[in-house]
Design a protein around this ligand. Structure first.
Ligand SMILES: Cc1cc2nc3c(=O)[nH]c(=O)nc-3n(C[C@H](O)[C@H](O)[C@H](O)COP(=O)(O)OP(=O)(O)OC[C@H]3O[C@@H](n4cnc5c(N)ncnc54)[C@H](O)[C@@H]3O)c2cc1C
Length: 416
């Protein structure tokens, strides 16, 4: 094997989670990203308990505060409000730029038994080939084009990344996949979300009506097939709108659903919820696609997709950091369990380790189709104490599908 065992493209939560576990198990990793860190990434950075549990290290140093209650709104007005509470904090609030920089720092410090992570900034990737015993990746930096070789490539380059598209070309039988060839994996779907921040200092009231300093607000009134949110941080509030639902039932097409998420929608929502306009709010408005459809992703060959690149965002909640971490760790585990055999069977090994997450996401997909068609009905169902509690547990701790199925049966019965 070459001095670099594993190549990872993308140093977000998915890439870092994979790199961390590999380094700790004695593997040499080259971690590539087209951005230097710290870097901005559009994200409300709500970290649920299951995310905090999955991470290999505490992120306390960058947590701004803990949220204790979820407020769900189906339409304007208190009667359509649902509050879900637990005895322990539901999610930690962080600023994404600081969260990612912290995770990368932990990852670069990881390494035992000769393992370690080297970070390198590149401009882009250009081409990918699978050889008999590994992969070759052509990368561009400035005027230089270089071929990097490794046993396995982990594609962690997010929703807009290239590794998924390159893997789709290899799967279609090409010997060399190139970024200039337009392609997309058949199973892949997208959501889209826009976010902005408003310092508490510019708000007319200390806190927006109906939201508290320790609440997470999900508001299903601004658009069909998605929600608006208010996630309070230390000195500002993160406000956003996003479309997540699978593309049928709520809009003529998935593209039509995504096109609803405009700067104007966010501006109107910010005005309504916070009483300020986006310009007053001061921060930049940023948006990004979210990778979905990954419950149907089947890994092949020596390219393992993780996180948003693998479409693993939850279509019901829009949460993606948990899946990114868990899938990154699953890819690392697949590398470790097959490296003694020269990575023979690595795709099958990864597929097996990814199955529990994919089952949960497939369940979420079905739930999202039903919920977003008629959120008010979902609210009625969640008012049943047991169902409300299970919904909260599923969001914050994650429950295996075998526990979720009875919940759906109960929900169907209740909504009749
Ligand atoms: C507005 C918004 C709000 C969100 N809020 C939440 C939330 O509150 N909680 C939550 O859990 N999830 C949230 N998500 C989803 C979450 O942001 C993603 O699921 C998560 O970031 C996925 O992590 P990742 O590591 O797979 O990809 P990313 O975090 O996108 O990281 C990918 C990395 O790859 C790099 N990259 C891309 N292309 C290339 C290339 N060609 N070459 C080299 N490097 C490349 C990028 O620079 C980036 O660093 C939100 C998403 C959006 C858009």
């Amino acid at each position: 094997m070459s001095p670099i065992d594993i190549l990872i493209v993308g140093a977000g939560p998915a890439g870092c989670a994979a790199a961390y576990d590999l380094a700790e198990a004695g593997v040499q990793v080259l971690l590539l990203d087209r951005r230097s860190f710290p870097r901005h990434k559009a994200c409300a950075c709500g970290l649920t308990r299951k995310t905090l549990k999955a991470l290999r290290y505490s992120v306390d140093p960058i947590v701004e505060h803990a949220c204790e209650e979820i407020v769900l709104e189906a339409a304007a007005g208190d009667s359509a409000k649902l509050r879900l509470r637990d005895s322990k904090p539901i999610a930690a609030m962080a600023v994404r730029e600081r969260f990612d920089a912290f995770c990368l720092e932990q990852t670069l410090a990881a390494g035992k038994n000769g393992g370690g992570v080297t970070f390198r900034r590149i401009d882009s990737i250009a081409a990918l080939r699978e050889t008999g015993d590994g992969i070759e990746l052509d990368v561009l930096t400035g005027d230089d084009r270089e071929t990097l070789r490794a046993g396995v490539l982990i594609g962690a380059d997010g929703s807009n990344g290239q590794t998924r598209r390159l893997a789709a070309q290899l799967e279609a039988g090409r010997t060399e996949a190139v970024v200039t060839q337009p392609s997309e994996a058949a199973w892949y779907e997208r959501g889209f979300a826009l976010e902005a921040t408003a310092p508490y200092a510019v708000l007319p009231a200390a806190l927006p009506e109906g939201d508290g300093p320790k609440d997470l607000l999900f508001d299903f009134s601004p658009l069909p097939g998605g929600y608006g949110w208010l996630f309070p941080k230390g000195d500002h509030i993160n406000i956003g709108v996003g479309a997540f639902a699978p593309g049928d039932g709520v809009a003529a097409s998935k593209d039509a659903a995504l096109k609803q998420v405009t700067r104007k929608l966010l501006a109107d929502y910010t005005q309504r919820k916070l009483g300020v306009d986006l310009v007053q709010a001061g921060g930049p408005v940023t948006g990004q696609y979210l990778g979905m459809g990954g419950h149907a992703y089947a890994p092949r060959g020596r390219v393992l997709l993780v996180g948003d690149a693998a479409g693993l965002v939850d279509p019901l909640t829009g949460e993606g950091i948990h899946s990114a971490v868990v899938s990154g760790q699953a890819a690392a585990a697949a590398v470790l369990s097959t490296r003694a055999q020269g990575f023979a069977g690595i795709a099958e090994s990864y597929a097996k380790k990814l199955t529990p997450l994919q089952e949960t996401l497939a369940f979420s997909e079905r739930a999202a189709r039903s919920f977003y068609r008629e959120p008010e009905r979902g609210f009625r169902v969640m008012r049943t104490p047991m169902v409300g509690w299970l919904a909260l547990k599923t969001y914050t701790d994650g429950l295996p599908v075998r526990f979720l199925r009875p919940m759906v049966r109960l929900a169907a019965w209740r909504s009749k």
